[in-house]
Design a protein around this ligand. Structure first.
Ligand SMILES: NC(=O)c1ccc[n+]([C@@H]2O[C@H](COP(=O)([O-])OP(=O)(O)OC[C@H]3O[C@@H](n4cnc5c(N)ncnc54)[C@H](O)[C@@H]3O)[C@@H](O)[C@H]2O)c1
Length: 260
């Protein structure tokens, strides 16, 4: 019996066993949650089927969050098995390569801005809106963000603007759903080598700079993010909403470059 026993949770964004969503699925499974998964792209179906099986689940759904019809279909299809469920994890981010490399203004374009915000920010409250008819009281929603929402970090650029919007959406969605007893939170994770992160120019350098400057002197793991996610999705966190919780080894609270 874990602290998520009896909870049914949808996990988006598992693409590899290095995905942050994989670490979240692992922790939620260990705490007794039943899991369903969404992914994007038919070519990943076999891989996601195997990942779902790791967590005792056969529920997988193809959903591109850039398309409202696919978001609606995801929840309608899920309702065939789970007429009601207890929340979801939004672990999705995307920006065109030129929008996350080099000089911010050089890489800036209206199209890049639109895509980054559409896929990485709008999709979270859009999913909350579409899921609402199927969510139990005391449901919890969670998204993943990064320090680049608040600070200008090298190369993160347009994605930083999208993450700032995503963090604002956590607060507004929490205000909207709070009276119904539902909670909405974000985790700001430290850098972790995943497929999405590899798209950010100079990511390896960012990893080592953060490890050197963090109070814990290393990078965080997907398991560490997963454990905090499991807590935030559980009734143990019943008093926590509209919050961004940092799982970053303390990096965001110290001045970089001054460690002994
Ligand atoms: N890795 C890091 O350093 C780090 C740090 C903080 C926050 N995050 C955030 O964590 C989340 C997960 O990223 P990750 O690092 O685990 O990488 P990842 O590549 O494993 O996961 C990104 C996911 O986004 C999905 N995705 C992209 N476009 C989509 C679309 N149109 N519809 C549906 N899904 C789509 C991909 O399929 C993939 O599963 C992202 O929001 C990312 O910004 C990552």
């Amino acid at each position: 019996m874990g602290f998520l026993s009896g909870k049914k949770l949808l996990i988006t964004g598992v693409l590899s066993n290095r995905s942050i969503a994989y670490g979240i699925a692992k922790a939620c499974h260990e705490q007794g949650a039943e899991l369903a998964f969404s992914y994007v792209g038919e070519r990943f179906k076999d891989r996601i089927t195997e990942f779902a099986a790791d967590f005792g689940s056969k529920l997988i759904f193809d959903c591109d969050v850039g398309d409202d019809a696919q978001i609606d279909k995801l929840f309608a299809d899920l309702a065939q098995t789970w007429p009601r469920f207890d929340g979801f994890v939004h672990s999705i981010g995307f920006a065109p390569r030129e929008a996350i490399a080099g000089d911010f203004l050089e890489g800036l374009s209206r199209e890049g801005f639109k895509i980054a915000h559409d896929i990485s920010a709008y999709s979270f409250p859009a999913m909350a809106k579409a899921a609402l008819p199927y969510l139990n009281d005391k449901s919890a929603l969670l998204t993943l963000t990064y320090l680049g929402a608040e600070r200008a970090l090298p190369n993160y650029n347009t994605m930083g603007l999208a993450k700032a919007s995503l963090e604002a959406s956590v607060r507004y969605t929490a205000a909207s759903l709070g009276p119904k007893g539902m909670r909405v939170n974000g985790i700001s994770a430290g850098p972790i080598k995943t497929l999405a992160a590899s798209g950010i120019k100079g990511f390896g350098k960012m990893l080592s700079a953060v490890a050197d400057a963090s109070p814990i002197r290393r990078n965080v793991t997907i398991e560490e993010v997963g454990n905090v996610a499991a807590f935030l999705l559980s009734d143990l966190a019943s008093g926590v909403t509209a919050e961004i919780t940092y799982v970053d080894g303390g990096f965001s609270n110290v001045v970089a470059g001054m460690a002994e």
